[in-house]
Design a protein around this ligand. Structure first.
Ligand code: MG
Length: 374
């Protein structure tokens, strides 16, 4: 990497799990990365500490005092600020959509951790990428596909994403009715935020990743699948028409895909990667994903294939359902039931605008609350 290369980074959602791990990466490469923007939500104590450490030019938060808050129009303004080269979008839910699109339109690089943006507005985001916007995935499976595609110009014949199977991999569906939020949050291999960890237990997260792969890499639904891989060492496979299959391997650590997206196209030493001693890996297992065990996964892919505003309804409903489960208001199995009920009520047209997507997302949130009676 050229010694004089310095990327100026804004992090939307800097106090969340991905935001904190992004700052770990920045701390490791101060000669190549500088923080120019930090935005957070409710954890203002941590945000104030991050601002003290990194001294960013621009900050934004709902909770900050007036002196420290100099971007009044929020995330979109930070994402499009002239001093920002790379925008890390790691906010939860709908708030990721408008800053992602705004940054892409200006030709900035977006390192996207918030899958909801692509799930809700996949075709709109795909158009922005086709007209020159750079969107790099910050998640191990889509990052693995992206890494395997480097240097390849032929169309791929298939993508296979791996799934650890989440916290309840070894339980049957009828053993899941009384599981607690604490049990759902005990992910076997990954350290992540609460929403995505529950989405990993229901495998909604894997449906989201398939949707993300479809739009980011332009591969048809029928050519993308997921398999269970309990060790989370192989992050995805890419199959080519000549029968070759490429895979990307790494120990499960979110900081690696974050670092790859921030440093792309360079690979740089001195980060977090533990050297992988292949001879000590032992056996890696792969087996079919039984979708009858994962109703959220089925609902997610069904909504994605229906297209239109169904994925926006899916995201809104899932957001509320997971929130209610984490708050102890509904059971684990009620997450998929609630999502399904909202989707059944929804009717989408073929053509969808950004306004339609946002308003359906909001409708789904409200409807999920009404149907749950909370
Ligand atoms: Mg993932």
């Amino acid at each position: 990497m050229a010694d004089d290369l310095m990327k100026r980074v804004a992090i939307l959602g800097s106090t969340g799990s991905v935001g904190r791990q992004t700052l770990d990466v920045v701390r490791s490469f101060p000669e190549h990365l500088s923080v120019v923007g930090l935005a957070g939500w409710s954890n203002s104590e941590l945000l104030e500490a991050q601002i003290g450490e990194f001294n960013p030019k621009i900050t934004w938060s709902r909770g900050l005092s007036e002196e420290t808050q100099n971007v009044s129009d929020g995330l979109e303004e930070m994402a499009t600020h002239p001093d920002v080269d790379v925008v890390v979008v790691a906010t939860t839910g709908f708030s990721s959509l408008s800053p992602t699109l705004a940054a892409l339109r200006l030709g900035k690089t977006v390192a996207l951790a918030s899958k909801e943006a692509v799930v809700m507005a996949g075709s709109i985001i795909q158009r922005e990428i086709q007209s020159g916007g750079k969107l790099f995935p910050v998640d191990s499976e889509p990052s693995a596909i992206w890494q395997c595609l480097q240097g390849e110009s032929s169309e791929v014949s298939g993508l296979t994403l791996t799934a650890s199977g989440g916290a309840f991999r070894d339980r049957s569906l009828d053993q899941l009715d009384d599981v607690t939020p604490e049990e759902a949050l005990a992910h076997p291999t990954w350290q992540m935020g609460a929403k995505i960890t529950v989405d990993s237990a229901t495998l909604m997260n894997k449906a989201f990743e398939i949707i993300e792969a479809r739009w980011l890499f332009g591969v048809d639904w029928d050519r993308i699948q997921a398999v269970i891989h309990p060790q989370s060492i192989v992050h995805s496979f890419v199959e080519f028409h000549d029968g070759s299959v490429k895979a990307q391997l790494a120990f499960p650590d979110m900081r690696l895909p974050i670092q790859y997206a921030l440093m792309y196209p360079e690979r740089i030493s001195g980060g977090f990667a533990e050297r992988m001693e292949i001879e000590k890996l032992g056996s890696l297992e792969f087996y079919p994903l039984d979708d009858t065990k994962y109703p959220c996964y089925r609902e997610g892919l069904k909504a994605a294939r229906l297209g239109g505003t169904y994925p926006a309804a899916l995201c809104g409903a899932d957001d509320v359902a997971v929130e209610l489960f984490l708050g102890g208001k509904i059971s684990f199995l009620a997450i998929s039931e609630l999502v399904k009920r909202v989707l059944v009520e929804h009717k989408s047209g073929d053509e969808t605008s950004l306004e339609d997507i946002v308003s359906v997302g909001n409708w789904a949130r409200i409807r999920a609350h009404e149907l749950a009676g909370i």
